[in-house]
Design a protein around this ligand. Structure first.
Ligand code: HAM
Length: 422
């Protein structure tokens, strides 16, 4: 074969695609339950949108963007994440001018030039939500509860929520300074990556996992001891409301997300035991972005979930695929092509999923074909059936067969489909 899919991308073949579609349905249903409405956006944007929000110094922007210039000389990027695009659309469309709160959700492909490994791709998919216009911890809790419910609805147990605060414009700089002070005596001993962080967004240094560097860290100051009064109150409010809703969490001052725009609340939901890339959901509050893009000051909070990781984490992959709508196979003797085509059309019009054999093969080959395709029922039309105006309906799971009058077939199949669906 001459071609293969680009490194870091993945084909989603029919069996897996059925699980994807189910997952999307579950996601959309949960979002509707919470009053969130869908937004669909371009997969490329002006590159500057991301350098101005995700962060000029973040890895996403410096190393991972798929950048290109189009024929009109515009500098564009395949979207590496969803939040900046949603903010742009929220402002550009005028939703922002309508005031009040806006609850939005999205689903689709995103692109980052990363080193591919299990759970990390160059084209991956996110389901995400963004909630505009509410500054209270109640909004944080609402989006967190939605994330937890989404995972629960997929049958995922054992996901761990960790929360932190990254402070605000008033208290973050002082904390960065305290961190720099604490690290100053050892900074020369740290790796190049840490040294770069030290000079720039020092907070990100807490993301360093390697013991080679961490052993020099010692007892670093915690952001939670440096929050201003407003941020402290917000964080306390978040905690007490999570307690109220019985959503368990751990406060972890080591959570510093790899995007620059966060203010106050940040959180991650991890699934232990699925390998190194176990962050399923990441999110937080970004109260300055709307204003920085030219809108009125508008608080906002949201998250995005990595779909590939969720599917890898849940047995739902197989379970959900099995729940794909069962297909009916019309197997007919070669000389009844016209009759079978008519029946296929009739059943499809009645809303039943149906296939037949376009190759004119023998009845026994058609039966094997139906089994290979995982069809739930086969409608057999042999000479005897044609003569008596009936069909033989075979349940492929139990092997049971019954004769059904041809005109009653659609009704019968509908009844069976209802009985079988969970
Ligand atoms: P993020 O943490 O960069 O946040 O991505 C969210 C999730 O996307 C991750 O937890 C992970 O599950 C998945 N993900 C990220 N990169 C990859 C990859 N290369 N391969 C597979 N999965 C990946 C954001 O993107 C923010 N926009 C979230 C947000 C929304 N914050 C506020 N609103």
């Amino acid at each position: 074969m001459k071609f293969s899919a680009p490194r870091g991308t993945k084909d989603i073949l029919p069996e897996e695609a059925a699980a994807w579609r189910r997952l999307e349905e579950v996601f959309v249903r949960q979002c509707y339950l919470y009053g969130f409405r869908e937004i669909r956006l371009p997969i490329f944007e002006e590159a500057e949108l991301y350098s101005r929000s995700t962060g000029e110094e973040t890895e996403i922007v410096t190393k991972q963007m798929y950048l290109f210039t189009d024929r009109g000389g515009r500098n564009l990027a395949l979207r590496p994440e969803g939040t900046p695009g949603v903010v742009r659309a929220y402002l550009q469309s005028g939703l922002a001018n309508q005031g009040g709160v806006w609850r939005l959700f999205y689903f689709g492909p995103f692109f980052r030039y990363e080193r591919p490994q299990a759970g990390r791709f160059r084209q991956f998919h996110q389901a995400g939500v963004e909630f505009f216009g509410a500054a209270s911890p109640q909004a944080d809790v609402e989006v967190i509860a939605l994330a937890m419910d989404f995972l629960k609805a997929l049958g995922l147990e054992g996901a761990k929520l960790r929360i932190n605060s990254t402070g605000c414009k008033a208290c973050k700089p002082a904390y960065q300074e305290a961190l720099r002070k604490a690290l100053a005596p050892v900074v020369d001993k740290l790796c190049e990556w840490c040294q770069e962080r030290y000079k720039g967004n020092t907070l990100r240094i807490l993301d360093e996992k390697r013991p080679d560097c961490r052993r020099y860290f010692g007892d670093l100051p915690s952001i939670l001891d440096h929050l201003c009064e407003g941020c402290r109150e917000h964080f306390d409010g978040l905690r007490s409301q999570l307690n109220l809703l019985k959503i368990s969490y751990e406060a972890d001052s080591g959570i510093v997300r790899g995007l620059d725009y966060y203010t106050r609340t940040v959180f991650e939901i991890n699934q232990p035991g699925i390998g190194a890339q176990d962050a399923l959901v990441g999110g937080g509050r970004y109260d300055n972005m709307v204003e920085e893009f030219g809108g009125k000051p508008t608080p906002a909070v949201g998250w995005a979930a990595g779909i590939e990781r969720i599917l890898a984490a849940t047995e739902a992959k197989r379970e959900m695929a099995a729940k794909a709508e069962p297909v009916i196979y019309i197997a007919s003797a070669g000389d009844d092509v016209a009759g079978s085509a008519g029946l296929v059309q009739e059943l499809r019009s009645a809303g039943l999923p149906v296939v037949n054999d376009p190759l004119g093969r023998s009845l026994s080959t058609q039966m094997k074909d139906a089994a290979r395709q995982g069809c739930r029922w086969v409608v057999l039309i042999g000479d005897d059936e044609i003569a008596t105006g009936t069909v033989t309906l075979r349940d492929m799971e139990s092997g049971e067969q019954q004769r059904v009058k041809r005109e009653e077939l659609a009704q019968k199949l509908k009844q069976l489909a209802e009985q079988k669906s969970p």
